[in-house]
Design a protein around this ligand. Sequence first.
Ligand code: PLP
Length: 425
Amino acid sequence: MAEQTSSRPFYRRQPGGELYCGGVSLEPVAKRFGTPLYVYSADQIAERLGMFQRALAGLDHLVCYAVKANSALAILKLLAKRGAGFDIVSGGELERVLAAAPEAAGRVVFSGVGKTIAEIDAGLKAGILAFNVESEAELALLAARARKLGIRARFALRVNPDVFADTHPYISTGMREHKFGIDIKRARMIYKHAAGDRWLEAHGVSVHIGSQIRSADPFGAAIERVSKLVTQLKGDGIALKAIDAGGGLGIDYHDGSFDAAAKVEEYAEALIRALGDFEGQLQIEPGRFLVGQAGALVARVLYVKRNGNKTFVITDAAMNDLIRPALYQAHHEIVSVRPRTGKACVVDVVGPVCESGDFFARDRKLPPLEPGDLVALLDAGAYGMAQSSNYNSRLRAAEVLVEGAKARLIRRRETIGDLLATEQL
Ligand SMILES: *Cc1c(COP(=O)(O)O)cnc(C)c1O
């Protein structure tokens, strides 16, 4: 892989030198805060948000960051300060937004197939922008709660456009056989029916076809279908104010020379073309693209061991810290923080968890590694810490945010006290 890259904030000042994030060397940061440690670049997150905002500057738009990708309060705050809204999928995520940036409540859209009464009530009371409703039963419940609380509910139907997106099956969501959304063919009838309810306001229509989608084409195809529906509804006297194109724009986990700005422009063009003459607001819900490449998981090598003809590099980070390789067979580049010279070897990089699925890389050619060395797993800013767990009763990692030449702890490492706090004998 390229050592100094435009798509990642992690780089070396000279070939073979130590790894930096922005203006901060990772070695002292790892010593100070311990490992495993998530390190994020605030500057890159802000830069990525700016790419979307610039690409959509010609039209009314709102970038709603998908909180589930990385829900760190400090990251939510920095995005809110720069005008982002939020896409949430639970009451817990709503509380995070309210804690980090209460002024952004009116820029929140609430997605998810299984909203509870308590979650709907919390969203109504917070005055969120819209509920992305995923079934007729949910719409009926939303209307009932709105009536009960005396708060009118803005909604968008999340339609299922039946568009194929080439990605991992676990994160493809836009086809009829998936649990998400409402069949686009039924949507018109549901909007017409809802028009008779004074507690419901048809705010928009939303789609989300999946995650880690590298091509702009399926996004355009989905919005074309949505635009047709919007035109039909206009004819029915229902004027929607917003089209929410969802998230899902993918990054390149292999090649560090990936041109993020060009990708965003291509994506925005596909959406804008498909919107036709729609004059309302375009909402998008990027998660991974905003934070994925901004983060690395820094781990220390505990042991190097040989079993037969295989070499295992055992790190102090494990699948409970970063589950993507185990769950999605995902690839993460692994680099030494201070590379040693010598012959590269083919190794498996694994964690200490008692599962054969606990690996970060298999048969990977890496420069020599020895116990005590630091490695960085790149592109770990999205769906890393957010999907971490206490499996094997391991304490969850700390998180550090780098702003310019400063590194700041934004989440302390868990303690044994945290681990045992909710239990009783
Ligand atoms: C997960 C999700 C997103 C974000 O997806 P990314 O691939 O991280 O951009 C956006 N909207 C909805 C409804 C989601 O479920």
